[in-house]
Ligand binder design. Structure first.
Ligand code: 9MR
Ligand code: ZN
Length: 582
């Protein structure tokens, strides 16, 4: 029993543990591969030795693969006629501590000719076939936006992807009861917005954080990334697709604001839902009371939205700005009040954080939108105390404030603070570049940053790089983001794409209720990835390295869930590389 569970885990861990697996297959009557082969799906194959982005490479950007074999040279061959088009020397062998693998790097950046290729070493199994193509990232970007569309709550939806249909009827139309909010009764309209993750809750802090990445993706890259992106289904018009999708979340967030300007922390049922489609979920859902962090992140993202949509939809912009001001005014008039949501009503608290970062973010976005000089003085009195973090997530929005300030073109800013912020952005980006170069798989975060949603953190580091790229114009920042996408799309120890429906061997069993109910993964969703926190991940066993702690199993929500904050970072990363990488 123990042996067969371990065998299953190893099989799911990926090709690199093939040798151990071989020892164990003898004990498993279901697996009878010839010596030197391993089971992949239902086929016995030679173990993979070349790991790369299974989607491919942009002609003019860096191209690297990771090789786990004792050879010195590699070739790139044209798919179809097998002709060698590039020969190269592998790097010296080195240890990748995160995964315990001894790796060599194949660099074939010089090959720029569009086409379909494989990388080969000796007579070992060739890499997956990949493309070199200018338009490489259009489909993945469309898929990741479709991933958001599939998270829409409150309405029926349907789309086709790779000849399969994904759909459900309208869900959660009763959102939501006010029973748990003191002095209020009945229900109030809280429909629309995205389901947060694998569950069907809707949480203001993470909603605002995720929305910011879509708004920034448009603000920073615009048509260069999105002009030829196919419209999402139910496209309402008037805005580019990415903002059309963003608007669906904006409309929900606006409904989370109470009359006094405070903002409800969340809408959720008392318990997590079973693995059913959202339209089958009849459990009652409740607004929580307000929290300071929800109120501040709401003010921040509404001010950002007001600025971003202003040239395209003046009415929406005005509604967002009014809402931002009203929440901000509450914060200004209650500087010493920390509102905490009534988390005790639910079995576990979610997205509860300190709020100083959200308040800083709110001030910065409001200043950037309105040019208010008092606010600028206030921000500049504290901003230099903060530095850009390399690994960050919903719990700390400081980077969003620093980036907005750094990218502003306002000449009212103090030169000292501008310089300090710029240095901090570049220092962070340089650390990411260095880490990507010393990682065996191009991952730009130093070892042991394998927490919940580590794949999202990898994608999010592309915002640090994109801001640095904009400030300093250095191609190394862009290439480092290419490496992050490489990692997420197959140049990892699992040899698998981490985005459902995209690239080779993507996750098949995400912790995502619609996927579980359908029995097939909904596309365009980034899974959380390796999580080496022993308090979260009961699947850790002796000898497993942090970078290996991912399992493609629906029950493993701590490694294989999907979430809007991870997907939003993926959209941003794809948009960055697409806009300047061609
Ligand atoms: O992404 C969140 C992660 O940072 C936390 O460690 C984890 C435990 O609190 O929760 C994650 O967020 C989950 C949220 O609480 C509820 N919806 C699913 C989210 C993704 O797993
Ligand atoms: Zn819903």
């Amino acid at each position: 029993m123990v042996t067969s569970t371990l065998t299953r885990r190893l099989r799911e861990t990926g090709p690199v543990v093939a040798s151990l697996l071989l020892l164990l297959t003898a004990c498993d009557p279901g697996v009878n591969c010839p010596e030197g082969q391993r089971l992949e799906g239902h086929q016995c194959v030679e173990p993979a030795v070349v790991f790369l982005n299974t989607v491919g490479f942009l002609p003019e950007r860096v191209k690297q693969a990771t090789v786990l074999a004792s050879v010195d040279t590699f070739e790139v061959r044209r798919a179809g006629d097998d002709q060698v088009v590039y020969e190269g020397q592998l790097s010296k062998r080195r240890m990748d501590d995160d995964t315990g693998q001894k790796v060599r790097i194949a660099d074939f950046s010089e090959l720029t000719e569009p086409g379909r290729y494989v990388v080969t070493v000796a007579d070992l199994r060739p890499s997956d076939e990949f493309r070199i193509d200018d338009d490489l990232y259009r489909r993945p970007l469309e898929a990741s936006l479709l991933g958001f569309y599939g998270q829409r709550c409150g309405r029926e939806l349907s789309f086709e992807y790779d000849d399969e249909t994904y759909s459900h009827a309208a869900c959660h139309e009763d959102d939501a009861s006010l029973e748990l909010v003191a002095d209020q009764q009945g229900t109030r309209d809280g429909t629309s917005g995205w389901h947060d993750a694998g569950d069907y809750g809707k949480y203001t802090v993470n909603g605002a954080f995720s929305l910011a990445f879509l708004l920034d993706a448009w603000q920073h890259f615009g048509d260069a990334a999105f002009a030829d992106v196919e419209h999402i289904p139910d496209y309402a018009g008037g805005l580019p697709s990415v903002l059309d999708e963003a608007r669906y979340e904006i409309e929900w967030l606006l409904k989370m604001q109470f009359d006094d300007g405070t903002v409800s922390h969340q809408i959720r049922p008392l318990n997590y839902e079973p693995a059913i489609m959202p339209d089958r979920d009849g459990a009652q859902r409740f607004f929580s009371t307000a929290s300071t962090e929800a109120t501040a992140s709401f003010a921040a993202v509404m001010a950002l939205a007001a600025r971003v949509v202003e040239p395209l939809d003046a009415d929406l912009s005005a509604r967002c700005l009014k809402a931002a001001r009203s929440s901000f005014e509450w914060l200004e008039t209650h500087p010493d009040t920390k509102l905490t949501a009534n988390h005790e009503a639910w079995p576990n608290a979610t997205y509860a954080t300190p709020s100083f970062d959200d308040v800083l973010w709110a001030k910065t976005e409001l200043w950037a939108t309105t040019g208010d000089e008092e606010l600028l003085k206030d921000i500049e009195s504290t901003l230099a105390r903060f530095s850009v973090g390399d690994t960050w997530d919903w719990s700390d929005a400081t980077n969003l404030a620093l980036f907005t300030y750094a990218l502003s073109e306002s000449d009212a800013r103090s030169t000292t603070t501008v310089d300090a912020t710029r240095q901090s952005v570049l220092a962070s980006a340089n650390r990411i570049v260095d880490a990507a170069q010393s990682s065996g798989f191009g991952r730009g975060l130093s070892s042991y940053t394998y927490n919940w949603g580590s794949n999202g953190v990898v994608a999010r580091s592309c915002m640090n790089l994109a801001v640095a790229h904009r400030l300093a114009g250095d191609g190394a920042y862009l290439d480092a983001c290419v490496h992050q996408l490489d990692y997420l799309l197959g140049r990892n120890v699992f040899g698998r794409s981490m985005v459902t429906g995209v690239g080779r061997r993507p996750p098949l069993h995400p912790h995502h209720r619609p996927s579980q109910a359908l029995g097939r993964a909904w596309p365009g969703l980034l899974v959380g990835g390796p999580n080496a926190s022993s308090t979260d991940n009961p699947n850790l066993y002796d000898g497993i390295r942090p970078g290996q702690a991912w399992f493609d199993r629906a029950e493993d929500y701590y490694t294989n869930e999907i979430a809007i904050n991870w997907n939003a970072a993926l959209v941003y990363a794809l948009a960055f590389v697409r806009s300047v990488g061609r």
